[in-house]
Design a protein around this ligand. Sequence first.
Ligand SMILES: Cc1cc2nc3c(=O)[nH]c(=O)nc-3n(C[C@H](O)[C@H](O)[C@H](O)COP(=O)(O)OP(=O)(O)OC[C@H]3O[C@@H](n4cnc5c(N)ncnc54)[C@H](O)[C@@H]3O)c2cc1C
Length: 416
Amino acid sequence: MDADAIVVGGGFVGLHTAYRLHKSGLRVVVVGGEGPRRGASWGNAGLIHQGSTTTVPEIMGFWRVVRLALRRGSYISSNPWIALRESLPGGWLWRYARSLKKEQLAVRAALLARLVRESKKLWLEIIRSEELDTELLEQGSIEAYFSEELFSLESRVVSEESAKLGYRVQILEGEKCRELEPLLREGVAGGLYYVDDAWVNPSKTLNSLISALQRLGVQIVWERVRGVREDGDGVKVEADSGGLRAGHVVLAAGAWTRNLLKSLGVEIPLIAGRGYLAVSEPVKKRLSRPLFYADEKIVIGQTADGNLRFTSYFELNNPDAPLDRSKIIQMVRKAKRAIKLEDEVRIVDEWVGSRPCIPDGLPLVGRIGGKGRVLVATGLCRLGLTLSPATAMLVEDVITGRENPLLQHFSPARFS
Ligand SMILES: Cc1cc2nc3c(=O)[nH]c(=O)nc-3n(C[C@H](O)[C@H](O)[C@H](O)COP(=O)(O)OP(=O)(O)OC[C@H]3O[C@@H](n4cnc5c(N)ncnc54)[C@H](O)[C@@H]3O)c2cc1C
């Protein structure tokens, strides 16, 4: 065997998994794909978020979201062929619409809230123990609303949910919100202050985690895996430069995991919910903390060097489709309506990445395939940065045989 475990995928889920398996004494190799910039982990908004256990359609109503998706320039959009294919019975959108039942939502929110709490602790532990370079900020985050109607709707849902699930949110009036974030323009109707949110610079954190793993002796190869097959008492992974064999293989290839599973004859409902990032050159003004411009669904963060990071959109598309530049231009233009910036904000980097999304909104973690030596760990969608350490812990539980009652809720068997 070349290793005890091979982890396929070099995003946060794959790397945290490699870390935990290494710490539990296994010899681990990561086959990370075409470089760190490829996955969603590279360019996300950086929030280790305590809320978000309720999804947009739950708050707005499914049909309002559908209408929004059909509007030009909206933050939700879809490749028409994918929308058609996934709306058919058994497709992703079909399953998603069916998963929005009240009882299921309450169970799901409670499970996610539990994982989110656990995961933040694990993030802080690994940042400290491995001295990761993350630019960690622990000042919470603000969601600012300019529309009275939206603020009244969402603040009511979030205040009920936070009381039930035990995370802290302060509901702020407009002026209070501007006191907390002086860069906000006039006309703010109100805000939600997520007191316990943290923020990291995602690309820096990813690079630092890669270096930490290499220091610990975990081998990382940046190659693509073309297929996986069970082979005697192990699993064979076909990578670009040849085959590797291990006792366990963990598929953590984000939005590409669906294709990899096809080589094992397994079909899972997983789609790419693509999001965009624009990075500005450093600006002198400083945001007090990460800001979510709720009306346009744009997160604005700022690096230690002063670069603003604008992230937004949920685009159902092929994970390898090219970046749509008009979205970058539109996002930055809209963000300027919320915050006071110099007239010219020069964009120095643009990126698009794919959130791996499962229709019921829960992670997909567990054994798959005949002999149970292949595991899958994906589906974290909008919460993948936040939840990656807790997901890695679940993988470790499966491989080491540790009892964890949570695992039954995340099993791939729920789609078979
Ligand atoms: C714009 C945007 C903003 C976001 N903001 C937040 C946020 O603020 N907070 C939060 O918690 N989450 C956020 N997310 C979600 C989060 O980024 C993702 O859920 C998370 O990064 C998923 O991690 P992953 O490791 O599963 O997948 P990825 O990061 O996509 O990693 C998948 C890896 O698999 C590799 N791979 C693919 N195919 C193969 C193959 N054949 N062989 C080998 N390797 C392969 C890829 O190269 C990549 O390294 C955001 C996402 C986006 C796009």
